[in-house]
Ligand binder design. Structure first.
Ligand SMILES: Cc1cc2nc3c(=O)[nH]c(=O)nc-3n(C[C@H](O)[C@H](O)[C@H](O)COP(=O)(O)O)c2cc1C
Ligand SMILES: [Mn+2]
Length: 509
């Protein structure tokens, strides 16, 4: 059963023993971040993230979800953090036993072929009926309207965190920012942090390559004719099981509400905003309604980011709040980012698994991918491919650099399909053995992530691809390629048959 709101989700976390309630008084300025950082790294030193075969696919258990109930300066407020900070919680949120189950479901819907006859059509009906359930539904009202504040509201009422000492201030870190494309009318839900400037304004940190920023630019293009601002709503808490959607690199024309419906297996219920022409999830805890002026930018940042470094200040639009609606005694959900692993590592791994079948649509030779947590996802992508023609590894690199937000990938490593990309020890062995660096490294130029502090210019820089596939004669490699060392099955069976006795002598039993 999908969770319909944050409270059902919190109850489920509680039942699963995945939630700790903290009654000690804590300060939203730095202190909650330090506690959460320690908790999210609780088990990180026990198991090594890198290497270790199958274990490497599974980020470490990252401590429990935390519900802070006694927040300094905010009597009566509750704050939820680290709710997605483990693989088990990510699976619980998505209602699956394995993240690959979602990929399988996506593949099933993609496999649909045109029906060949009446019987085929009948067989398709249940799937079509199921698809109908994914579309968002607008309802008259919902819990997020329990309290409506048209004036007399303040962003400072909420226990917004300052995460790191050199942060420019307090940041709303887990908002779902909703905008509408003025051209197509389609909505977008993106997760872009918001720096609280004062009671009624905040920074709107949509990076220039993101969909919210494109809606802003499209409004700018039309500004002379009609608009002066972009209606924007931020829902501090999405309905559960759809939480993954606003941080996914979905194609711009696919509404995240629909993806959320697909992930939930049930439609997301929406209600109309009071002061802007947008719809927001009905069971949200907190809704901030407002707009962004087209001629107003303000310094945003610095902010301690998921790179492990501060992202530097830059100019971003200003979000003006026009109305706040919320549930009675709203629960403020947030996260912190910093040196990995933290909560976002588990969200990122879910995105990696969910999007693999969609990547395979454009890169069919793709077998598996691994975005190591320590490389904060876009710094390194290791991919295995089924190689069938010369130069294919380079073709795959270029495909990745032109695929949505994968364009930010600073370093791509391509290996043959027999390499388990989830096993970083195996990857290190094969890659370092298989390359002639000067021949196998490909540099290119293009857009880079706004958070990259090393690129020659902000947002623009170089990328590197390593072709670590076995080289073919048709690629100019004339030397023989040696076989990999593997024991023969006969000897293995012989040792297997003696293993019990040997194990005893080796002290392994
Ligand atoms: C916790 C968290 C915080 C994020 N903060 C930002 C941010 O401040 N700015 C940004 O452009 N992307 C941020 N992202 C990444 C975007 O959510 C992601 O790129 C998403 O695809 C954007 O939606 P869009 O593709 O509809 O633009 C964040 C992701 C997470 C999980
Ligand atoms: Mn989007």
């Amino acid at each position: 059963m999908p969770f319909d709101d944050l409270r059902q989700w919190i109850a489920a976390l509680d039942r699963a023993g995945e939630l700790k309630r903290i009654r000690t008084e804590v300060d939203p300025i730095l202190e909650i971040a330090e506690i959460t950082d320690r908790v999210s790294k609780m088990h990180a030193s026990k198991e090594k993230l890198a290497g270790g075969g199958a274990r490497a696919t599974q980020p470490n258990p990252g401590g429990p979800a935390l519900l802070f109930e006694n927040i300094k300066g905010h009597p009566g407020s509750q704050l939820l953090i680290n709710q997605f900070g483990s693989e088990s919680r990510m699976k619980l949120a998505l209602g699956v036993n394995s993240l690959d189950e979602i990929a399988d479901r996506i593949r099933m819907f993609m496999d649909v072929k045109s029906p060949q006859g009446f019987l085929d059509k009948i067989k398709m009906l249940p799937m079509l009926a199921e698809m109908g359930k994914f579309f968002p539904r607008t309802v008259a009202t919902g819990p997020c309207k329990e309290v409506i504040k048209r004036d007399n509201f303040s962003l400072l009422d909420f226990p917004v965190l300052q995460c790191w000492p050199k942060d420019a201030g307090r940041f709303i870190t887990l908002p779902c920012v909703i905008t509408r494309d003025p051209k197509s009318g389609k909505r977008n839900v993106g997760m872009y942090r918001m720096q609280v400037y004062d009671e009624r304004t905040a920074g709107m940190h949509w990076q220039r390559q993101k969909v919210g920023a494109e809606h802003y630019r499209e409004s700018l293009r039309r500004a002379a004719a009609t608009t002066t601002h972009v209606g924007t709503a931020a829902s501090a808490v999405p309905p559960k099981r759809s939480e993954a959607a606003p941080s996914t690199p979905a194609p711009p024309d696919i509404e995240e509400y629909l993806i959320a419906g697909f992930l939930r297996g049930a439609s997301v219920e929406l209600v109309k905003c009071e002061t802007v022409d947008l719809e927001v999830p009905a069971t949200s805890e907190i809704i901030l309604e407002g707009y962004v002026n087209l001629d107003e930018l303000r310094t945003e940042g610095p902010f301690g980011d998921h790179t492990g470094f501060y992202s530097l200040e830059d100019l971003y639009p200003v979000f003006h709040v026009t109305c706040v609606t919320h549930r009675k005694d709203p629960i403020y959900a947030t996260t912190i980012v910093g040196k990995p692993p933290q909560e976002d590592a588990y969200m990122g791994k879910a995105v990696e698994r969910i999007f693999l079948p969609l990547m395979k649509l454009t890169i069919p030779e793709l077998v598996d991918i691994n975005l190591p947590i320590e490389a904060i996802f876009h710094n390194l992508m290791i991919v295995s491919i089924r190689k069938s023609y010369p130069g294919q590894a380079r073709k795959v690199m270029n495909a990745i650099w032109s695929l949505g937000q994968a364009m930010f990938t600073k370093c791509v490593i391509v290996v043959d399909e027999d390499v388990n990309v989830q096993d970083l020890a195996e990857v290190t062995l094969k890659v370092s053995n298989n390359i002639d660096p000067e021949r196998d490294i490909q540099f290119t130029l293009g857009p880079v992530d706004s958070l990259d502090h090393a690129s020659r210019l902000p947002n623009y820089g170089s990328k590197m691809g390593i072709d670590a596939t076995r080289k073919w004669s048709t690629e100019g490699f004339a030397r023989p390629w040696p076989d990999e060392i593997l024991m023969d099955t006969k000897t293995k069976a012989l040792v297997d048959s003696k293993w019990k006795a040997l194990a005893k002598e080796l002290g392994l039993d």
